[in-house]
Design a protein around this ligand. Structure first.
Ligand code: SF4
Ligand code: SF4
Length: 365
């Protein structure tokens, strides 16, 4: 039986949720995985971090239980982990020393942060919440904020790929990283047979098509399907409607190159992307991986997370209230602890997620 995510790729209706290559807030990752799994997502993309992978897996399993389809694992989204081969904005954390901040600073960094990752009372940036968007750095009038890049540690994840239930790996690369990509590929290639999918994410740059061709020559023949993730304007989908243009124009460029593999947009995707793609005649059934003349799907990151933030915040408030009750030795109301256990918030979250997922799911009908 063909799995549903693969079917979506072939039909041009693939939806991927990006939780964030650096995002490590476990309860939020879990809630996002529950809501988007129930809304019909084909893939949940998370950081290469054992705890984050476990949280997403728990969310997917909880969603399957809700659907009472534990015996139909092919209907659940694939779990993807994102890794990088070198410096990449998705793999960095902001930092500053809050003791250096002037007392009268109006704290524009706090206001601009989409992840509520800055808290001066807790020393500055909360590492697990920061996903590296970089918006805080230029806004600080004192130039106190810098970012630390890192390279994903694959050694922990690779031996556990199967037992962790990881279905796919995405390698983030950039033009000029060929030798670094080769190094990462050397680690991944021995376990490629255990994967259902490989994705390569790249941003636009001069000579990008030649670069992608060189990567394809390196990884082929490939035993699983391949996605080219055309990353337009990284981590910007929640900023406004205009951010979607860079993602579309880069996808168009890669489509013209007729590279073997599926093409999926990211970086600036939001509520406007599907309608813009329709206007550009870039949606439809791509007729398999050999003829990528249309895009196969979309990945949403900051926008998908932002639309669920109010609901998840309500869940956190409910949890805090429960903790207070438990301290007072009142019975703990388990019904508010997890998204799937709070019917009202679950429905709210799934309906919101469905509004986004259904855009690509119904685009070709
Ligand atoms: S604005 Fe972006 S980079 Fe800065 S702390 Fe928030 S998430 Fe991290
Ligand atoms: S904007 Fe700069 S100086 Fe002001 S609170 Fe933020 S980090 Fe401190």
């Amino acid at each position: 039986m063909q799995s549903y995510p693969l079917h979506s790729l072939k039909e041009g209706s693939w939806f991927k949720l990006i939780c964030g290559a650096s995002y490590q807030h476990l309860p939020v990752v879990r809630s996002l995985a529950v809501a988007y799994s129930l809304a019909g997502a084909d893939c949940i993309d998370v950081a290469a971090d054992l705890a984050v992978i476990a949280a997403a897996q728990e969310g997917i399993t909880a969603a399957k239980k809700q659907l009472k389809c534990e015996n139909l694992p092919d209907n659940s989204p694939w779990l993807m982990v994102s890794v990088n081969d070198g410096e990449d904005p998705h793999f960095r954390k902001a930092k500053f020393d809050a003791t250096q901040c002037p007392i009268d600073c109006s704290q524009p960094c706090v206001k601009v942060c989409p992840a509520e990752a800055i808290d001066l009372n807790q020393g500055g940036v909360l590492d697990s919440l920061c996903y590296g968007c970089g918006r805080c750095e230029p806004i600080c009038p004192q130039s106190l904020i810098t970012t630390n890049s890192y390279i994903s540690c694959l050694s922990e994840v690779i031996p556990l790929i199967k037992s962790l239930g990881v279905d796919a790996i995405e390698i983030h690369t950039q033009v000029g990283h060929y030798d670094d990509f080769k190094r990462v590929w050397r680690d991944i290639s021995p376990i490629i047979g255990q994967l259902k999918l490989l994705a390569i994410s790249c941003t636009d740059a001069p000579n990008v098509i030649e670069y992608l061709r060189s990567l394809y020559a390196l990884i082929s023949p490939l035993s699983c399907p391949l996605i080219w993730q055309t990353d337009g304007r990284s981590m910007s989908g929640d900023i406004g409607r205009g951010t979607t243009h860079a993602a579309i124009s880069f996808a168009h460029k890669v489509l013209q190159a007729q590279l073997p593999g599926y093409i999926q947009l990211a970086g600036g995707t939001n509520n406007y992307t599907v309608s813009k793609l329709k206007q550009a005649n870039m949606l439809g059934k791509p007729n398999g991986a050999g003829k990528p003349n249309l895009v196969s799907g979309l990945a949403y990151g900051s926008y998908a997370r932002a639309i669920l933030t109010p609901t998840i915040a309500q869940l956190e408030t409910a949890l805090q209230l429960n903790q207070v009750k438990s301290i007072k030795n009142q019975p703990m109301n388990q019904l508010n602890l997890k998204l799937e256990q709070n019917r009202e918030l679950l429905e709210q979250a799934v309906n919101t997620a469905k509004e986004l997922v259904s855009q690509i799911k119904t685009a070709n009908s």
